[in-house]
Write a protein of this length. Structure first.
Length: 334
């Protein structure tokens, strides 16, 4: 039933995307703030206590509702619950409007608008970016967003659904990503910044949780793109990026579509309220790092590469959906 739930959620999200401001997001933000405010007491172990509550309580709640529906109303209602959970955790439309706006601006020759949209999306200083660098940053941020909003959710949902945990995997993955990103940004808030301990706990947990999904995403890009080049770039150039898991994905993307990625990072614009940045879905490990570890081999980024990346992502989605369909069919026949 996981294939059916994923397919329905993707179709519903394309027809009626989740609103930018919605009650689910407001509840997640309120819960994350409450856990850090009440359990972030500045001690090393408090970081893991706050992280465990922020992530594991919503995960357990999603699992409890899933099993309650199975035991009381039956599997069809549990599938509907899975679709609802996937609808709020999975989907392209949660970030694709940023990508589309910048791509359209570049195709119209309006580089100033493209810089402005990129700066608004990632809260960075993009005033002096040349055209090729605009394209490069859009590719990097969009690919990471696609991974975190789609492929990573698919991976954790599918793995845990196989052992009867249903939508808990999707909630666990997205909550882990959100609290790490939110607490990292909240560190710059003037009122009650996050302590270093909760940030470290969230970042370490997220690094472990995203390890396997990142490599599944990279493998998918390699299969549907230029396989040998993607694998070679993965092996040799992933370390050029400050975040190990993101580096694997970006290196595979670079090889799969033959585009140069990596290099200098954007300068983050200071913000007094971390909430807009946390909601924007930026790559919290990349823009802030300020690292310049060189670029991957490949062609200079051009607007045409944006369409290549879109095709790469959609082909990967189709590939994984076909694989899930075959596994579901084999399970039903077996």
């Amino acid at each position: 039933m996981s294939f059916f739930a994923i397919l329905c959620a993707l179709l519903i999200e394309q027809v009626r995307p989740l609103a930018y401001r919605n009650p689910v997001y407001a509840g997640v933000v309120a819960w994350t703030r409450w856990t850090s405010r009440n359990f972030d007491a500045g001690k090393p172990h408090h970081g893991w206590v706050a992280w465990s509550l922020a992530v594991c309580v919503p995960t357990a709640l999603a699992l409890a509702v899933h099993w309650l529906l199975i035991l009381t109303l039956g599997m069809p209602f549990a599938v509907l619950w899975s679709i609802a959970i996937l609808y709020v955790t999975l989907g392209f439309r949660q970030f694709s409007h940023h990508f589309t706006g910048i791509r359209d601006a570049l195709e119209d020759g309006d580089e100033a608008l493209a810089r402005s949209l990129l700066a608004h999306w990632q809260h960075v200083d993009a005033v002096n970016l040349p055209r090729s660098e605009i394209v490069r940053h859009v590719i990097e941020h969009s690919v990471i967003a696609a991974h975190r909003h789609v492929f990573g959710v698919l991976a954790w949902f599918s793995i845990l659904a196989a052992v009867g945990f249903g939508p808990a995997g999707a909630v666990f993955y997205r909550m882990s990503e959100f609290v790490a990103r939110y607490w990292a940004h909240k560190n710059g808030a003037p009122n009650q910044p996050s302590s270093v301990w909760v940030q470290q706990a969230a970042e370490r947990a997220w690094s472990v949780i995203d390890w396997l999904p990142a490599r599944i995403t990279a493998l998918g890009f390699a299969v549907v793109g230029s396989f040998e080049e993607a694998i070679d770039c993965w092996r040799n150039d992933a370390r050029r990026f400050p975040n190990e898991n993101d580096g694997v994905i970006l290196a595979a993307t670079s090889g799969a579509v033959n585009v140069r990625l990596g290099g200098g990072s954007l300068r983050v614009v200071p913000a007094t309220d971390p909430l807009p940045r946390a909601q924007a879905g930026d790559s919290f490990g990349a823009a802030e790092s300020g690292l310049d570890s060189g670029s991957t081999p490949g062609r200079e980024p051009e607007p045409a590469h944006l369409r290549s990346v879109v095709g790469l992502v959609w082909r990967s989605v189709v590939m994984w959906m076909v694989l899930l369909a075959l596994l579901t069919l084999a399970r039903l026949l077996g």
